[in-house]
Design a protein around this ligand. Sequence first.
Ligand SMILES: [Ca+2]
Ligand SMILES: [Ca+2]
Length: 138
Amino acid sequence: MAYSWDNRVDFVVRYMYDIDNNGFLDQNDFLCMAVRACVVEGKGDCSTARLDDYKKLMTNLWEEISAIADDDKDGKISNQEFKDAVKKTCVGKKYEEFPQDEDRKRGGLSLDRYKELYGQFLGNTADNHPAVNLFGPL
Ligand SMILES: [Ca+2]
Ligand SMILES: [Ca+2]
């Protein structure tokens, strides 16, 4: 099932977090995200000072996420570990009840509808509700 909950979580991991595409999440992915966020949000201007800020932000985020998800403490988060963590913390909850992350602390995601859909995308295990289309075809 293309829009099954499993596929949706795989999609989020693959396209939003596993930047180096090696099949699991580790700190390197989050440093890659720091570079990407720095470039994108700076409209191409990514000074060393700004990049250092993003690296700190992403390192904190990695530590938060790995504390929740890295069950065997090997410094990597497998898809299965990620799914277990999402089930523990997000399934059946709205976005507002998801664990605080750095985007929210910075006020980066402010569109209520988007948040609602994103919450449903991960938090609703049914595969036939509108939020499954949030990111287009998977
Ligand atoms: Ca990776
Ligand atoms: Ca692990």
